[in-house]
Design a protein. Structure first.
Length: 118
């Protein structure tokens, strides 16, 4: 599995346009074969930063994604929509990650000595 996290600083004066383009990209990308998850969200500390979180079955799926018309069009529009340098972090996993889902009431917190308590 390939995991990609990208941070994109969008230009404040083009934010609405950028978010529309990002929403369309996410919608189309989620439909691709080999895309396990594809999300974008704004940063809580800086709403002009959009963070992408992408998971692909393998390198072939990632390569296919970057060759799609919708991704190529989005990348071509980036210079007009961004304000600053982008950052991408890529992880390669040999096995499926463990996913744990739980209600907030089930969250564990460490006590003062560092031991986990419910």
């Amino acid at each position: 599995m390939i995991v990609v996290q990208t941070s994109i600083p969008v230009a404040s004066d083009r934010r609405d346009e950028a978010l529309e383009a990002i929403a369309a990209l996410v919608e189309q990308s989620r439909k691709e074969d080999g895309v396990v998850d594809y999300r974008a969200t704004t940063d809580l500390q800086d709403p002009d930063v959009v963070r992408f979180f992408e998971r692909y079955e393998d390198e072939t799926a990632l390569e296919a994604h970057v060759r799609t018309d919708h991704d190529r069009a989005f990348v071509a529009d980036l210079p007009a929509l961004t304000d600053g340098r982008l950052e991408t972090v890529r992880f390669e996993l040999d096995e499926e990650p463990e996913v744990v889902r739980f209600d907030a009431t089930e969250a564990s917190l460490p006590d003062a000595e560092g031991a986990e308590r419910a």
